[in-house]
Design a protein around this ligand. Structure first.
Ligand code: NAP
Length: 298
């Protein structure tokens, strides 16, 4: 329960709708900015007045999953207003106020540091990233089905990376009957791929390796899907790049070769915003309560 906690939700997308709903349900006092086009939807929440005493009561600020841009601007699909997160404003919050974001760029890290407020990039946490990999995989399946004219079953699927997303992808495609190989860079990851009954290969030793496949899914946020790989793909192949922008694919080269290559960011928010919002709500709620328990014990 979050009774007695004051939480500001600033900007975001459909994921925030479920997040706000849960915060209200759990009894928090919720303040909203960047939701003016949804005014009627949250009768229990109030508008955040950046110049009022509300700010001095805040226990937490929840930013959208992408955080801010390089100037501190916060995007929200439910408002035309541009909201900028500023150091002077953050300093008006109580010192224990925590800032939650999905991911954080350098600007947001600097802003939190100069305001002396704790910043929590949720997507850096294993629990959030692993829960989030579930809707990510479902979104990937959706895109693969939409953009191919052959079954996943029996296809040759290459997954690059065996992190939180790569592991879930490799397992799911394997269970659907694909012939899955996984590109890794450590011997321990190679051992894990082998243990899963899949075929590992070393990303650092691609010279001479046959990279032919029907579906190539990249989760590595580095330029790894190079012309050397792309030119080995058959014309019907699909490249899906899930890595954070700008992805890890030479899209220009893929286009030149006539290979379909898609950068597919933010799948949880697209295919399952309710689940994705619930994942955020559960973790934020737990962290807010843990934080205040620790403060009380100190
Ligand atoms: P992660 O757990 O950190 O996994 C990243 C993987 O990439 C690890 O296996 C890592 O290898 C490998 N890697 C990193 N740099 C490499 C390099 N230079 N060469 C070879 N391998 C390298 O991250 P994640 O949670 O799985 O997320 C992966 C990416 O997907 C991130 O960019 C994330 O933002 C994005 N993402 C996208 C969506 C979407 O909807 N599109 C959803 C969730 C996440 P080691 O294990 O050896 O370090």
């Amino acid at each position: 329960m979050l009774t007695g906690y004051h939480i500001a939700v600033i900007g975001g997308d459909a994921r925030q709708i479920e997040l706000i709903r849960k915060l209200n349900e759990w009894g928090a006092a919720v303040y909203l900015a960047g939701f003016d086009q949804l005014n009627e939807s949250f009768r229990e929440a109030v508008d955040l007045d950046f110049d009022s005493k509300q700010v001095e009561q805040l226990d937490a600020i929840i930013l959208p999953v992408p955080g801010t841009d390089g100037n501190g601007n916060i995007e929200g699909i439910f408002s035309n207003q541009l909201i900028q997160l500023k150091e002077e404003w953050l300093k008006k919050t109580p010192p224990h106020c925590q800032i939650f974001t999905g991911i954080a760029n350098e600007h947001l890290h600097d802003l939190a540091e100069s305001s002396n407020r704790k910043l929590i990039p949720l997507m850096d946490r294993d629990d959030v990233a692993i829960y989030n990999s579930i809707p990510t995989v479902e979104g990937t399946l959706m895109l693969v089905i939409q953009h191919t004219d052959f079954t996943i079953h029996g296809s040759r699927v290459t997954v690059l990376g065996l992190g939180r997303v790569g592991m879930s992808l490799a397992r799911t495609f394997h269970h659907l009957g694909a012939d899955v190989s996984v590109g890794v860079r450590t011997t321990s990851s190679a051992a894990r791929v082998h243990e899963m009954g899949l075929v590992p290969f070393d990303m650092n030793r691609l010279d001479g390796r046959d990279m032919t496949c029907d579906i190539l899914i990249n989760t590595i946020p580095s330029q790894v899907v190079t012309p050397g790989i792309i030119k080995q793909l058959p014309s019907h192949a699909l490249i899906l790049d899930l890595a954070s922008k700008p992805g890890g694919t030479d899209f220009r080269y893929a286009d030149k070769r006539g290979i379909r290559a898609l950068l597919a960011p933010g799948l949880p928010g697209i295919v399952a915003p309710k689940t994705a919002g619930r994942i955020i709500a559960d973790v934020v709620s737990r962290l807010i309560q843990d934080h205040s328990r620790k403060e009380n014990e100190a």
